[in-house]
Structures are given as structure tokens and as C-alpha cells.
Design a protein around this ligand. Structure first.
Ligand code: N9Y
Ligand code: NI
Length: 185
């Protein structure tokens, strides 16, 4: 089971390293990692379990964050229609995206960052993504809203990119061209 002590923090080189493609069929270790990452998110959002194990709630977790350089991440969150999205994405990619951008009006955080870093993080408002499931099945999804933002935050981790890399340094809350704040579509 993944605990907070297993999540590496800012300054660890693995967070700045590009993760490697995963080969199919998955090894036992890869399967266990995929399972454990999704389990962390589910437990972290359960008030009893998060309290019991001292977990900081999260909607996404990338392998880099548990010091593994595999191209996989877990997402567990609801979409705009209240539908639960819960999956592990392996070798994920964005196949197309909107020109329009969005951002969380209160900025982003990260389980690997123990401080608050203010500012808008520009993200594509809508993305079409492809990835493989643990069983080697290819999925194609269209995402918008929070799931689109979270997918991009996680894909960034696999490429060694942190959310604050996208914040305008001189003016963190500068207008993002051609964008809308999430929640005000
Ligand atoms: C975990 C992050 C991923 C999200 C950050 C912005 C988009 C994806 C995470 C730190 C603490 C709060 C928590 C969060 C949330 C958001 C919306 C609705 C409900 C993965 N991470 N958080 N960041 N929760 N809950 O670092 O989930 O944003 O790489
Ligand atoms: Ni993160």
C-alpha cells in the first residue's frame, strides 16, 4: 500500500526525469504498481481511510511520484456530469486538443509539493487522449473540465514537468489568452 512517505517531493531528481514506455504484457511489478496507485487515490478520498493512514487527498498520481520511471498514472475523479472516472493510463498521449485553454481559478497543487504556489496553470480546455489499460486494451477518450486538467497534470509528471513550470513568473495571475476559468464555461 502506498503511503505519504512513499511519495517523493520537490527536489528529487525522479520528478525531473522522463518516464519510459511500459511493455506489454505488464510484469507482475507493473501490475502491482498500477493497482497500488489507484488504491492510493481511492483511500485518500475516503475520509476514514485517509485519516487512518494519514493520506493527503488526490485525484491523480503518476509513477514518478512514487519514484518509478514507468509511463503510467492513475486518475480517480468525477467528470462534469457527476460520472466517476477511475482508471490507470499506460503509455498515455494526447492525440488532439482544443485551441481554447482553461485553468483552475485557485491554481494547482501537487502531492509532491509541500507548499502552495499561487498562479494560473494554463491547460487545454478539451483533449482527446489515447492510452492502454493494464490488460493491454487501447482506450480513446474525450475529456474536458477537471478530468482534462488532471490528465495534463499527470502527463506532465511523466515528462518531468511540474505544474509551476507553466506559471507566468512575473505575473502569476496574468490573463491566460483564449481561456476561461474552470467552473465558468
Ligand atoms: C495530485 C494532484 C493532482 C491534481 C492537481 C491539479 C489537477 C490534478 C491532486 C494537491 C492537493 C489537492 C489535490 C487536488 C482535488 C482537485 C479537484 C477536485 C477535488 C498528482 N498530484 N491534488 N493536489 N484535489 N480534489 O500531484 O489531486 O487537486 O500528480
Ligand atoms: Ni502532481
Amino acid at each position: 500500500m502506498i503511503l505519504m512517505e512513499d511519495i517523493i517531493r520537490e527536489g528529487h531528481p525522479t520528478l525531473r526525469t522522463k518516464a519510459e514506455e511500459v511493455k506489454f504484457p505488464l510484469s507482475e511489478d507493473d501490475r502491482a504498481l498500477a493497482h497500488d496507485m489507484l488504491e492510493y487515490l481511492i483511500n485518500s478520498q475516503d475520509p476514514e481511510a485517509s485519516q487512518k493512514y494519514g493520506l493527503r487527498p488526490g485525484v491523480g498520481l503518476a509513477a514518478n511520484q512514487v519514484n518509478s520511471l514507468k509511463r503510467m498514472f492513475a486518475l480517480h475523479l468525477e467528470d462534469d456530469n457527476g460520472e466517476q472516472l477511475s482508471f490507470v493510463a499506460i503509455n498515455p498521449k494526447i492525440v488532439s486538443h482544443s485551441v481554447e485553454k482553461t485553468y483552475l481559478p485557485s491554481g494547482e497543487g501537487c502531492l509532491s509539493v509541500d507548499r502552495s504556489i499561487p498562479g494560473f496553470v494554463p491547460r487545454y480546455a478539451r483533449i482527446t487522449v489515447k492510452f492502454f489499460t493494464v490488460d493491454g486494451e487501447e482506450k480513446k477518450l474525450r475529456l474536458k473540465g477537471m478530468p482534462a486538467v488532471a490528465f495534463q497534470h499527470e502527463l506532465d509528471h511523466l515528462n518531468g514537468i511540474m505544474f509551476y513550470d507553466h506559471i507566468n513568473e512575473a505575473n502569476p495571475f496574468d490573463q491566460v489568452p483564449n481561456s476561461f476559468p474552470l467552473g465558468e464555461e
